[in-house]
Design a protein. Structure first.
Lengths: 345, 297
């Protein structure tokens, strides 16, 4: 495990939670602390710039520190966690494309942050944010370890034998049940205005899910570091996704329980739109760079990296359209770019 | 047409196309006629961009960029080529093995001569003779090289299944003697003439008891030798895992296969994408059109 990226992951994760608290409690003074902590996290990522495979993730962290938002700090924290558990390769087949992808991802998650804040400032129901992140956590829990969480089992799958973590399997299975129930109740309240008792139960279940998910992720990290760092490194992407989803749910619950942000909706919405456009243009440049690097290295632009970059660029084109479901489209765009970076790391 | 040019249609088509194009989504291999579906979705998206209203500047430029990009991709899909070329050091060729979406398509002429001059662990050197002029191409795993519109990349050593040289240990009346044997080049030792008749890189017997080679890798090498002494001749079987297993009556020597130098070929990937530059231009137009729609906060 690498120390500096680990420190960066902790710092950026803390910055994300403090930013969520600042948003929920309408305490602008906390944002200064967010900038300081996020800046420290970005400084810890600077040495990673030397490795071509991790450069994109380091640039993501730097942008998150310059424009700290809860979701952008969470994404940067998850990326730093991957770098900490599995050091990035010194060489990368699409080095230039990865650097541009890091910049595009940083701007795309900043746009997602702005979209969420704009929606809340306009009077949108904060329960939707919590329900969306709750659904994302459920999705991650079903996907990790090929769905074995559904059988109350979880293991780290490396090159050697699987490292079974029965305690984590139990915790994650429970988290899945609790978060699913909470998400459904909160979503029902947001869509249909159900009974107050049911809505309160949903909030409490999501709060419980936050704790259980954090415990589960912490247990996986602790046991993995103690018993097999190699197995943990091989599952770094899964662990980071779990951390990201957990952090996202914590953010969603804080926003749901907090006050509506008192910000100028129109200005923030325009900022979200501009950031989305910039990220979409950068995503097109990522596609161009990946194609050029493929042509130079492999003699052809028809490589899997170009196909992934094409998908991300298309999601960017869709995210930049002034139409409904803006937050969802921007989330898909950011996820597409982030998966591009994590795959190369 | 208004519906097709709406922002909602563009967003929906972009998302559908992204899901289809992404190699990890698993959608493309499962779809029947996936290339046609891709082409249709791409065309619809370009038409949507072109049909967009005037509410956002740069939309028509995006449409033009998308059209140019789609045209370039379509041209390369139809007139482009991809495949492999396998050569041993010193060997030349005028054609490569073309591969299409459905599998191998056979030999396609390059239109010029290429010869593999050198093959090392980290690079291969190809000489390319085109219109009387010869040029040397150095190809590594990090950098491809061009000749005559074709790109050569990824030099990869592959086992041909044939030996460059075999080392046979002859145990006869005059003691042990090692002999180097190359295909088509008989060797003399202790009054015997030894030639290689047949080689099996990965020897096995089929259900009829006939010998064959399971693979081109020298996992279980064996050989059939022709041994002559004066007017008499014998066929001797040698296998590395069982030295001296086969003794012939009248032949007062035993043979063992002690070493193999496999013949290594180099396989290169070959590609031709004549509209690649046009595609890049289309992409730049698309990016320019998108950036024109940017409004400062």
């Amino acid at each position: 495990m690498s120390l500096l990226p680990g420190v960066a992951a902790l710092a950026l994760g803390a910055a994300a939670i403090v930013q969520a608290l600042a948003l929920a409690a309408r305490r602008a003074s906390l944002e200064i602390a967010v900038r300081i902590v996020a800046g420290l996290g970005a400084l810890a990522l600077l040495p990673v710039l030397a490795d071509a495979g991790g450069r994109g993730l380091a640039i993501l962290g730097l942008i998150a520190a310059l424009r700290p938002g809860a979701v952008s700090c969470l994404a940067a924290s998850a990326s730093a966690l991957v770098l900490s558990l599995r050091p990035a390769p010194a060489q990368a087949e699409t080095a230039m494309a990865l650097m541009l992808a890091g910049a595009a991802t940083g701007v795309a998650v900043a746009a997602l942050d702005s979209s969420i804040v704009a929606r809340l400032a306009r009077g949108g129901d904060p329960s939707f944010v919590a329900a969306a992140f709750g659904a994302a956590l459920c999705g991650v829990l079903v996907a990790v370890d090929h769905g074995r969480v559904l059988r109350w089992s979880y293991a780290l799958d490396g090159e050697g034998p699987r490292l079974e973590l029965p305690g984590a399997g139990l915790l994650l299975g429970l988290t899945l049940l609790v978060s699913l129930a909470g998400t459904l109740l909160v979503a029902a309240r947001a869509l249909a205005g159900t009974q107050r008792l049911a809505a309160a139960a949903g909030r409490r279940l999501l709060l419980l899910a936050c704790g259980l998910a954090a415990l589960g992720a912490g247990l996986i990290l602790f046991e993995g570091l103690a018993r097999s760092e190699a197995a943990l490194a091989a599952s770094a992407g899964e662990v980071a996704a779990l951390g990201l989803a957990t952090g996202g749910l914590i953010f969603g619950v804080l926003v749901m329980l907090g006050e509506r942000p008192a910000r100028e909706f129109a200005r923030i919405a325009l900022r979200a739109e501009s950031e989305t456009y910039v990220a979409a243009v950068l995503a097109l440049l990522v596609l161009g760079a990946a194609g050029l690097e493929g042509w130079l290295r492999a003699g052809s632009y028809g490589t899997p990296e170009v196909a992934r970059a094409s998908a991300a660029a298309l999601l960017g084109l869709g995210a930049a359209q002034p139409t409904g479901l803006g937050v969802l489209r921007r989330a898909a765009f950011a996820a597409g770019l982030l998966s591009l970076l994590l795959r190369a790391a | 047409m208004r519906l097709l040019g709406s922002s909602g249609s563009i967003a929906a088509l972009s998302a559908l196309l992204a899901a289809t194009v992404h190699p990890d989504s698993g959608l493309s291999p499962r779809m029947p006629s996936s290339s046609l579906v891709l082409a249709a979705l791409s065309l619809l998206l370009v038409v949507s961009l072109a049909a967009a209203g005037r509410e956002r500047p740069g939309r028509r430029l995006m449409g033009l960029g998308g059209a140019v990009l789609l045209l370039a991709l379509g041209y390369d899909a139809v007139r482009g080529h991809a495949g492999t070329l396998s050569l041993r050091p010193g060997q030349g060729a005028r054609a490569f093995e073309e591969v299409g979406p459905g599998g191998p398509l056979g030999l396609r002429p390059l239109g010029f001569d290429v010869r593999l001059e050198e093959a090392r662990d980290d690079h291969a050197t190809l000489s390319c003779v085109q219109e009387g002029a010869s040029m040397s191409l150095r190809i590594t795993r990090e950098r491809a090289a061009s000749c005559g519109g074709f790109r050569f990349a990824f030099p990869e050593p592959i086992a041909s299944g044939e030996p460059a040289r075999l080392r046979i240990r002859l145990s006869g009346a005059k003691g042990n003697q090692d002999v180097e044997l190359a295909p088509g080049q008989p060797a003399e030792a202790q009054g015997l003439t030894i030639a290689l008749e047949r080689y099996f890189a990965d020897f096995a017997l089929d259900e009829k008891g006939q010998p064959f080679s399971r693979s081109a890798e020298p996992r279980n090498p064996a050989a059939l030798l022709q041994v002559r002494k004066g007017d008499r001749g014998w066929r001797v079987f040698v296998i590395r895992s069982l030295p001296g297993i086969h003794r012939q009556e009248g032949l007062d020597a035993s043979f063992a296969l002690v070493g193999i130098e496999p013949e290594v070929w180099v396989r290169l990937s070959v590609a031709r994408e004549p509209a690649a530059a046009l595609g890049g231009a289309g992409l730049l137009l698309l990016a320019a059109g998108l950036s024109l729609g940017l409004r400062r906060p």
